[in-house]
Design a protein around this ligand. Structure first.
Ligand SMILES: [Zn+2]
Length: 277
């Protein structure tokens, strides 16, 4: 969507590009996973040394969301996203919404997530996933929170649900949709997140879809400890490896890593807010 000169969104975009520089933001990681990161301070330090100066830690239920907020309190570089993941929908009850709303009120909570639908793992029935999703979408609308989606083999149902709702700020994390799905996300003015798979030699289809999406609403993420980029595929991922994702995306979009960093950082600030930058 195009905005006229002087529109607040145009001014905001200019501000974001001017601060973006070479800053890299890991927009999705799970430093709150205590098994993978028994000492998150080590992962944070290592990331900062690699130029990754902001990390957004994402919850998957009430406990992990609380831990994300605790890490945001503890580290200047960390911000939190709080919510119930569809794989945990079976243990979700509407009473949990109150906890999520309280955690969302924290000054370093920057979105509600990760929420969505997962028909690949199906740890919960489609009905309970849909209930968990709809409750949280209603909460996001009532408190005007940006929303981060997890979606696996369920883009059709998720987009059908979103297209009937009023316009809102959405980010599809770890995007793996087809060109048709990308067109529908674009029509919602949504952001998409790109991870390790963009670096895999076999991911030509993903790279072609990303080239078609346009650069202005693409953010980068590690999804640590999952989704390690090439050449670390299969290893425990870490925010310090985000520059490999940035380089992979830069190659896919045929731009320099510096340009890619500036654009993805500007896109992240556009979605999550200024993150203290
Ligand atoms: Zn995640």
């Amino acid at each position: 969507m195009g905005y006229a000169e002087g529109h607040p969104e145009v001014r905001a975009q200019r501000y974001f590009v001017s601060v973006a520089g070479d800053i890299l933001i890991d927009t999705h990681c799970h430093l709150n996973d205590a098994d993978a990161f028994p000492d998150p301070s080590e992962a944070v330090r290592e990331a900062v040394d690699a130029g990754v100066t902001r990390m957004i830690v994402v919850g998957i239920d009430s406990d992990s969301s609380r831990r994300a907020v605790e890490l945001a309190d503890r580290f200047e570089e960390v911000y939190a996203v709080v919510g119930w993941h569809p794989n945990h929908a079976a243990s979700y009850a509407a009473s949990e919404l109150k906890t999520i709303e309280e955690l969302l009120n924290h000054p370093k909570s920057v979105a509600l997530g990760e929420i969505g639908l997962d028909y690949y793992r199906q740890h919960a029935s489609k009905e309970s996933q849909m209930r968990c999703l709809n409750d949280q979408l209603a909460l996001a609308a009532s408190v005007d929170a940006s929303v981060v989606f997890h979606c696996r083999e369920a883009y059709g149902d998720l987009l059908d649900a979103l297209e009937t709702r009023p316009r809102h700020r959405y980010l599809f994390h770890c995007f793996a949709g087809s060109e048709e799905v990308a067109v529908r996300c674009r029509a919602l003015d949504a952001w998409i997140g790109v991870d390790g798979p963009v670096t895999y030699p076999s991911a030509d289809t993903l790279r072609a879809v990303l080239r078609g999406f346009g650069h202005d609403r693409v953010v980068i993420e590690t999804d640590s400890p999952w989704m390690a980029p090439h050449p670390y595929r299969g290893k425990r991922n870490r925010p310090a490896w985000l520059p490999l994702v940035n380089e992979g995306l830069a190659r896919a979009l045929v731009v320099s890593p510096g340009v890619c960093a500036a654009r993805t950082t500007a896109a992240a600030l556009g979605f999550f807010g200024r993150l203290g930058l």
